[in-house]
Design a binder for this molecule. Structure first.
Ligand SMILES: [Zn+2]
Length: 242
């Protein structure tokens, strides 16, 4: 099922629009929800094609090789892999196009060990994971503190870790965990994930009450989820050999 947003007005006709990968339905007050759901269903192939077209990722997938692309805070960056004395990661502007360059500097002393593309990609991935983890450890606790104050929902602890297929979690002891790969998402979408997990401290499910609470603190939650959905393929961290 495709997610969509309905804007009601005194207009006479119904219109379907895809903007920034999100489905927007403009409808007169008199049209009922069921009619809209049926229409979305009927047009789903067309809508999906439109959404895919508008995805920034354009089907790209990071394989951690020289020149491949990766999302960093919602923007695609190009990987540049070099060797130098000290391993580090540097983000720089690119003069040729607007896409930034993320330079992965691998330690010169390891160069001999990375003699094929799989070993090289594995080393790049490992270094990137450390970088993302550091960024997340700096950012996430601050965001949780800000939104805990706003929502009056406070976790007992915060963990930053790697998940294979989720962005965050909350358990019945009030402990929140966040995936450090969240650093790939736009800041607004990261905010949404933080609020989503905080709201689980009140409702440990995805009930209607839960979504109402999320919407109270983050009204654009449908768009945030949609961003993740349309860029899904580029958000997977897999080595091509796996
Ligand atoms: Zn949830």
């Amino acid at each position: 099922m495709i997610e969509y947003q309905v804007v009601r007005s005194r207009r006479k006709t119904l219109s379907l629009q895809v903007r920034y990968g999100q489905v927007l339905v403009r409808a007169p007050y008199c049209v009922d929800e069921k009619f809209i759901t049926t229409l979305i269903d009927k047009k789903s192939a067309w809508l999906k094609a439109k959404i895919a077209q508008q995805s920034q990722a354009n089907g790209c997938r990071c394989d951690f090789s020289q020149g491949s692309t990766l999302f960093l805070f919602g923007k695609l960056v190009t990987l540049d892999i070099i060797f130098a004395k000290q391993a580090r990661i540097i983000l720089t502007d690119n003069n040729i196009n607007s896409r930034k360059i993320l330079t992965i500097v691998l330690a010169q002393r390891n160069k001999n060990k990375l003699y094929n593309s799989v070993l090289l990609a594995t080393a790049v991935k490992k270094q990137l994971e450390q970088y993302f983890k550091q960024q997340a450890q700096q950012m996430i606790p601050l965001k949780v503190a800000i939104y805990a104050q706003l929502t009056s929902l406070t976790p007992t602890s915060i963990k930053i870790r790697r998940y294979r297929s989720r962005w965050g979690s909350c358990n019945n002891r009030g402990e929140l965990s966040f995936n450090y790969l969240l650093m790939m998402l736009p800041i607004e979408v990261i905010n949404y994930v933080v609020i989503h997990e905080l709201c689980h401290l009140e409702y440990l499910n995805h009930s209607q009450e839960f979504w109402q609470l999320v919407a109270k603190y983050f009204p654009q939650h449908v768009q945030a989820k949609q961003w993740i959905k349309i860029n899904q393929s580029a958000l997977q961290w897999r080595l091509s050999s796996h």
